[in-house]
Design a protein around this ligand. Structure first.
Ligand code: ARG
Length: 460
């Protein structure tokens, strides 16, 4: 059933659209999010039109006043949208008519919603990614705080969740810091690629009014203008790239959340989450669950989903604009909001995390030093493959007889290789093990100090 005609574009139509079509077509609930960018774009556009002699200065002033008033009402919660408002652009134009009358009808001269929405969204994506990057920096600060606080704590380093080699806890936190540094680069790079202005592209072929695009660019604070109007209205790779950077960040967060979830179990007990970032069970009174971290891990799926959701949409869309492209907004807004939340939560979890030094110390198994023993024999002249084998037999012997590796006497060790000497006993010390790995990037104290210094320099 179609309704009465009520659209700004319905001159060539005989009947109105169906109410269901209106609902299906409407993106207003999503694109309301960038009403500020839409108003900024329209203010700049009307100034450009004035320069072209399309608008008088009174008309331009009245448009600016009307747009400001729309924003004010929006933030006061008194702006009245209609179900027939197709999107934020049509809504603002309609509302402008109510604010200022006839002059509003001139605003859309030489402009299309195709270059309008592309411009709004470039601006929006650039700004929101800037916020996401700033929230990531806060998490890096918390990691630096942890690294400095936990500098003297030695933990088992794991591969395959099997104890591998001892590392300083600071070294572990800094691994997270430097991963985030790459996520930061991906996000800021995506923001840089969004920083380009399509306005003036018109529907596809370029505006029929020779507006000064350079002036528009400076007014809107973009770094560059698009070189090709077809590309200007059609390109959404900037959205895809942003979704990708946000999804990658989500995956980084998920992996560290996973570790801390394991570390917070009774079996590990390395860390205790503060009550503020945990929840209880509705049935089991003893439970304290690391839900904050589980949600961070879980939301990584949502972020990857948002990327693949829009990539799938974009794949089949030819040139230039098709309505499919409207589907870029929801995934981006969701992803960027979720990443900001995830960052804020993980930051607080880290700041309030209790480290249980005794539990960690008790968990350090002397087998963690097996590689150091193998290296010892290498220094005494044995080829590494052979020393690996010798230490393997010692580990097997200890395992079978329930002997801790550091309880092997020099005489016991000599039974496996003549190359062992009294000095081997000095290896059974966690700090010796760390000091022995003081190459750049290693877990030794100079390396960790350098990592901290570099991290501080990055954060400024
Ligand atoms: N709401 C639309 C979007 O988000 C705006 C552009 C509409 N353009 C058009 N030719 N129908 O993509």
């Amino acid at each position: 059933m179609s309704q009465a005609k009520n659209k700004m574009w319905d001159g060539r139509f005989e009947e109105g659209t169906s109410a269901l079509m209106d609902e299906f077509n409407s993106s207003l609930n999503t694109d309301k999010a960038f009403i500020v960018e839409d108003v900024l774009g329209s203010k700049a556009w009307s100034s450009a039109l004035e320069k072209q002699g399309v608008l008088t200065s009174e008309e331009r002033e009245s448009i600016h006043r009307g747009l400001d008033s729309i924003l004010e009402k929006y933030f006061a919660g008194t702006l009245e949208f209609l179900p027939s408002d197709e999107d934020i652009h049509m809504a603002v134009e309609r509302l402008l008519g109510l604010e200022i009358g006839d002059a509003a009808a001139k605003l859309h001269t030489g402009r299309s919603r195709n270059d309008q929405v592309a411009t709004d969204f470039h601006l929006f994506v650039k700004n929101r990614l800037g916020e996401a990057a700033a929230s990531l920096r806060e998490l890096q600060k918390a990691l630096l705080f942890r690294a400095e606080t936990d500098r003297d704590i030695i933990v088992p380093g794991y591969t395959h969740y099997q104890q591998a080699q001892p590392v300083s806890l600071a070294h572990y936190w800094l691994s997270f810091f430097y991963l985030l540094e790459r996520d930061y680069a991906r996000i800021t790079n995506a923001a840089k690629n969004a920083d380009i202005m399509p306005l003036g592209s018109g529907a596809i072929a370029g505006s029929g009014f020779a507006v000064d695009r350079e002036l528009l660019r400076t007014a809107l604070g973009f770094s560059a203008i698009t070189d090709n109007s077809i590309d200007g209205v059609a390109a959404r790779d900037f959205v895809l790239e942003s979704l990708n950077a946000l999804a990658a960040t989500g995956l980084s967060m998920s992996r560290y959340a996973e570790d801390l979830i394991v570390w917070s179990t009774r079996e590990f007990g390395y860390v205790t989450l503060s009550d503020a970032w945990s929840t209880g069970s509705s049935m089991m009174p003893q439970k304290k669950n690391p839900d904050s971290l589980e949600l961070i891990r879980g939301k990584s799926g949502r972020l990857v989903g948002n990327y693949s959701r829009f990539a799938t949409t974009l794949k089949g869309v030819g040139l230039s604009y098709f309505k499919d492209l409207q589907e870029d907004k929801e995934p981006f807004i969701d992803s960027v909001n979720q990443v900001k939340l995830i960052m804020a939560v993980f930051t607080e979890v880290l700041k309030t995390l209790k480290i249980n030094k005794d539990r960690i110390a008790a968990a350090l198994d002397p087998f963690l030093l097996a590689t150091d023993l193998a290296d010892y024999l290498v220094r005494k002249g044995m080829p590494f493959r052979n020393s690996h084998h010798v230490i393997g037999s010692i580990v097997g012997h200890c395992d079978k007889n329930g002997i801790a590796l550091n309880k092997m006497s020099t005489a016991d060790l000599k039974g496996f290789s003549e190359l062992f000497d009294e000095d081997v006993q000095s290896l059974f010390d966690w700090n010796t093990a760390l000091n022995g790995r003081d190459i750049p990037g290693g877990t030794g104290p100079t390396s960790v100090a350098n990592q901290i210094a570099k991290a501080k320099a990055i954060l400024g």
